[in-house]
Design a binder for this molecule. Sequence first.
Ligand code: ARG
Length: 285
Amino acid sequence: MCPPVHFGVLYEINPWMHKEVVVDRDRAHEQWKGLVATLRGAGAEVVVAEPDPAVPDMVFTANAGIVNCRADAPHQFVPAHFRFPERQPETEIFARWFAGQGFTVDRLPVALAHEGAGDALPFRGSLLSGYRFRSDLPATAELARLTGAAVRAVELVDERLYHIDLTFCPLDDRRAMAAPMGWDRYGRTVVEALVPEPLWLTDDEALAFSANSVVVGSTVVMATTPPRVGRQLEAWGFDVVTCDVSEFLKAGGGCRCLTLALDVSLGGPPRSPARPPEPSGVTTG
Ligand code: ARG
C-alpha cells in the first residue's frame, strides 16, 4: 500500500474523476489508516511504499503490476504500462521498489498497455484479465508468456467499470462476486464457466464498488456493503467489514484498488499444495 500524502483528483482519466471535486487530504489519510488497521486486524501483513509527489494516483497500488511469487523460481514482478501519461511515471517507481525487494522484474513490450492486478485477478488456476479501457488485449498473451499463467481475457464494456477489479472479486477457491454489467455476452459465459458459486451483483451493487473488496482469509473488506450482498457473504461464513474510503471513490478507486496482494503465485506449482486428508482404516485394491 502507499499512503495518500500526495493524493488528489488533479486530472480526469475515468468517469468518476472530476477535477472540481476537492479531496480532503486529512480525511483521506484517516480513511487510509483505517483501511490499513482493518486489514491488519484481519490478519494481513501490510508493507508500505514511499509516495511520490509526481503521481497522485500512486495510492492505487493494485495497478502497480503483476506479482508472481513462485515457489520454485525467483519472485517475479511485471510492472504495469499505464494507458494515460499521468500515471506512467509509476512504472519505474514500482519497478525499482520490487527490484529492491529482490524480485526479478520482467517487462511487457513498451507499446502495450496493462494496468497490473487492477486488470488481472487469479482464480482457480486462471488469471482473469480485463481489457479495453486500460489494458490492451495483446498484453494478456504477453502476460501468459512471461508468467506461465493461464490467462482468460474478457472485454470490459462499461467505462464506469474500467478495470476488472471493479467487476470481479475472488472470495475463496469456489466463490466470487461478479458484476455481469461489466462484460459482454462472451465474458459472461467465461465467468459462468469459471466460478462454481458466483454472487452475481446487480448493476447498483456493482456501481457501489462492491466487487472492489479486499479478502483477507474469511474477512471481506468493502467500501459500502449493500444489505443483500452482506447477507449472502455472511451466510457463506465471511465476516464483512465496511471501511469508509469515500475520499478515494472521488478518484474512482475503492478498497481493493488501494492494495496490491503480494502472496500471489501464478502458473507453475502452487506454493503450498493442498493435500487431501489421508483416509484412515480404509484399504483399497
Ligand atoms: N484514479 C485511478 C485511475 O483512474 C483509480 C485507479 C483504480 N484502480 C483500480 N485498480 N481499479 O487510474
